[in-house]
Write a protein that binds this ligand. Structure first.
Ligand code: C2E
Ligand code: MG
Ligand code: MG
Ligand code: MG
Length: 284
């Protein structure tokens, strides 16, 4: 029986594999097509100063406007884009578009703010990253201090690469933040050596801040430690007023989350900026 089951399992497994690779191939084909047809858009989510309620920045988040499926989440296509190397082209597009957008907002009279862009691990490992960033800043005319690059903790594991890369990027004048902070494990020792400006506390800690004392302790500790290292802290995934209150009490610097606004299309961000800003302040 065991043998039989083993055999059946083998068959099921191999069927599964075939469907999966077939799906993958289909997905890869449509991802390539999407790049050619410009099916990607950036949504922007405001980052808010916890004291004043001023919008200080916006994180650019990619969306795929699939002709049949509608809006597709990056969680669904980023992994495949990374696996196939298509991420390089996508990231390049994101970086240029976000910088261009921010420059255009400034020209239209919006208060100057940072735009934050997520880097992929592939992009972060390229030697010419700093040159690319520099070229895009020159091309778009955006002042470096208005661009923030987000890298994740796991991307910093190769410290031999990370230290000089961050130093190069920082010397361009751009800001750097560590995204999803707390989910990987950075050594405090290295954190001190990285040229970074800001930690982004992962939303998984923020979610249960009011009910789980472990999480609230962790958040409090991250903030205190970051401040000791001279870093700013932004909390992501803020959905409730109580969470905001707790973060204010802990002297977190900025917040980002559905409580204030979901990521929204660029046009909406721009056209309704005043409303958005007023709405955010009313939420305090
Ligand atoms: P992330 O950089 O950590 O972005 C935060 C995610 O949390 C976003 O999901 C955002 O929409 C979502 N979020 C914001 N506020 C809240 C909240 O209050 N509650 C909850 N539950 N979620 C909230 P999104 O846009 O689906 O992006 C997912 C991930 O995909 C990002 O995580 C980032 O790692 C990656 N990603 C997004 N855009 C890009 C991109 O342009 N390039 C690269 N390489 N990765 C990207
Ligand atoms: Mg991010
Ligand atoms: Mg994050
Ligand atoms: Mg995340």
């Amino acid at each position: 029986r065991a043998k039989q089951r083993g055999k059946n399992q083998y068959v099921i497994y191999s069927d599964d594999m075939q469907t999966k690779s077939h799906e993958k191939i289909k997905m890869e084909t449509s991802l390539r097509r999407a790049i050619d047809n410009n099916e990607f858009v950036l949504y922007y989510q405001p980052q808010i100063d916890i004291k004043s309620g001023d919008i200080k920045g916006a994180e650019a988040l990619i969306r795929w406007m699939h002709p049949e499926r509608g809006l597709v989440s990056p969680y669904e296509f980023i992994p495949l884009a990374e696996e196939t190397g298509l991420i390089i082209q996508m990231d390049q597009w994101v970086l240029r578009t976000a910088c261009m957008q921010n420059k255009s907002w400034q020209e239209k009279g919006l208060p100057p703010m940072r735009v934050a862009v997520n880097l992929s691990s592939q992009q972060f490992s390229k030697e010419y990253l700093a040159e690319t960033v520099k070229a895009i800043l020159e091309e778009t005319g955006l002042e470096p201090k208005f661009l923030e690059l987000e890298i994740t903790e796991t991307m910093t594991m190769d410290v031999e690469h990370t230290i000089p890369t961050l130093r190069q990027l920082h010397s361009l004048g751009v800001q750097i933040s560590i995204d999803d902070f707390g989910t990987g494990y950075s050594s405090l020792n290295y954190l001190k050596k990285f040229s970074i400006d800001r930690l982004k506390i992962d939303q998984s800690f923020v979610r249960d801040i009011m009910t789980n004392s472990h999480d609230s302790d962790i958040v409090g500790t991250i903030i205190a430690m970051a401040h000791n290292l001279g870093l700013e802290v932004i909390a992501e995934g803020v959905e409730e007023k109580d969470q905001l209150r707790f973060l204010q009490y802990q002297k977190c610097n900025e917040v980002q989350g559905y409580y204030f606004s979901e990521p929204i299309p660029a046009e909406k961000f721009e056209l309704h900026f005043q409303e958005l800003q007023e709405k955010v302040k009313r939420k305090y």
